[in-house]
Design a protein around this ligand. Structure first.
Ligand SMILES: Cc1ncc(COP(=O)(O)O)c(C=O)c1O
Length: 427
């Protein structure tokens, strides 16, 4: 083992992703400087188990306080009586809801993976572990959305216990109100997976699923909501269901909650209250402009007629340019990071025809609409004009060097850094 090597690799990663690349992965983000510094705290090595003030472990009084504060913050921001911040991730939040609703297995309807559904909604993912049968919701390619009439017929035929909306490739809000009516007709619970759009919801740029009629939402806390990696469940359901979901979280799925994320998640929530609207507005404006720029460059952007997107994401069909795998690999050579993605017309997850692009992180680095024009040009240099990725990489480096400061969040100064380090006895 070699300590120097460990540090070398880690710092190489930090520099590459923060200085050299244009990161357009739609599910990622960077925390604010203050949140990031507070992420380094003693709780990283501690245990909880149970709920605040009713823990199995001792020594949790300050963790209890943070968990209560964070729960109350999400409760008031989302209008949810029930909030659980203990799931470690969006996937575990989903599994807890599935199990809470269907402790003995059952049937759920969800968006197909090719149409944006996440692997945790897919029959081969978490549902399989819980013996839950997944039936795919019908999809309308024109609208790039769920086919509501088809969904009603399917629900009447299948009588599911749960309907899951929300997606990983998520361009336009799913019809939550309409599907809530369907859920009521067949006696199902409606869950909206808000992982991708939580920051847009809190910034007022995407409908709040709970106000639209979802019984529950699940989420990650690190995509458009730019906090530490974590999970969240929120909603307005009866006490029995709430209890059943809580028990699925603990003792079902997690034992310690990685509670060192609570303080930086709280900081992020406060930042969203202060800057969330500007951030969400700029993010969606940037995504629309990037969609337009890529379209003008001759790329097959999805949903042209619908204005490309109403979220942080843009999807491009690159089947005429070697497919998603090849296109994303070429872009990475140019230090433009995107991921390959299935599109609704794809048959194989192994050969996706699309790439998915998210602009939430570059928006936090300070990019605006004009910069999106340039990002579009850089992408087209690689994918349309076939320029040598190494040459594009030089342009990317020059461009990226102009965006050194994270916006829409609290800064950190030496005094705070000193307090953090000395509170940990590191200084
Ligand atoms: C819609 C959706 N739900 C859940 C998840 C899983 O989130 P996590 O990585 O926090 O488990 C993702 C991840 O990208 C997602 O896109």
């Amino acid at each position: 083992m070699d300590l120097g090597k460990v540090m070398e690799v880690l710092f190489a990663h930090n520099r590459w992703r923060r200085y050299d690349t244009i990161n357009l992965i739609a599910s990622e983000n960077v925390m604010s400087p203050l949140a990031e510094v507070l992420y380094m705290n003693d709780i990283a090595g501690r245990y909880e188990e149970g709920l605040p003030h009713k823990r199995y472990y001792r020594g949790t009084r300050y963790i209890d306080e943070l968990e209560v504060m964070l729960t109350e913050a999400f409760s008031s921001m989302l209008g949810a009586r029930y909030v659980d911040v203990r799931p470690l991730s969006g996937t575990l939040a989903n599994l807890a809801v599935y199990h809470g609703v269907m402790p003995n297995g059952g049937t759920m309807l969800a968006v197909p993976t090719a149409c944006g559904g996440h692997i945790s909604h897919n029959p081969v993912g978490g549902p399989r572990l819980l013996k839950i049968r997944v039936v795919e919701l019908p999809w309308d390619n024109e609208a790039f959305n769920i086919d509501v009439d088809g969904a009603r017929k399917l629900a009447v035929a299948e009588r599911p216990s749960l309907i899951v909306l929300g997606a990983s490739l998520y361009l336009f809000p799913h019809p939550i109100r309409e599907v809530r009516d369907i859920a009521d007709e067949v006696g199902a619970i409606l869950l909206h997976d808000t992982a991708h759009v939580l920051g847009l919801v809190l910034g007022g740029r995407f409908p709040n699923p709970l106000s639209e009629g979802a019984h529950l939402l699940s989420s990650s806390t690190h995509k458009t909501f730019p906090g530490p990696q974590g999970g969240l469940i929120a909603g307005n359901v009866d006490e029995d269901l709430e209890k059943s979901i809580r028990q699925a979280v603990f003792p079902g799925l997690v034992s310690n909650y990685h509670a060192h994320r609570y303080a930086p998640t709280l900081v992020t929530a406060m930042e969203m209250e202060e800057f969330g609207k500007q951030y969400a507005d700029q993010t969606v404006r940037n995504a629309k402009r990037l969609g337009e720029a890529l379209h003008n460059e001759g790329l097959k952007v999805v949903a042209v007629d619908r204005g490309f997107t109403e979220t942080h994401q843009v999807a491009v069909d690159v089947s005429d340019r070697g497919g998603g795998e090849k296109a994303s690999a070429l872009l990475e050579e140019a230090n433009i990071i995107v991921n390959k993605n299935m599109l609704p017309w794809d048959k194989s997850a192994l050969r996706p025809s699309g790439i998915r692009i998210g602009v939430q992180e570059v928006t936090r680095w300070g990019m605006t609409e004009d910069d999106m024009e340039y990002v579009g040009r850089l992408v087209a240099d690689v994918l349309v004009r076939g320029e040598d990725p190494a040459a594009v990489r030089r342009k990317v480096a020059e461009f990226r060097s102009r965006f050194g400061e994270i916006r829409f969040g609290y800064k950190v100064d030496l005094e705070v850094l000193n307090r953090v380090l000395s509170s940990l006895r590191l200084l």
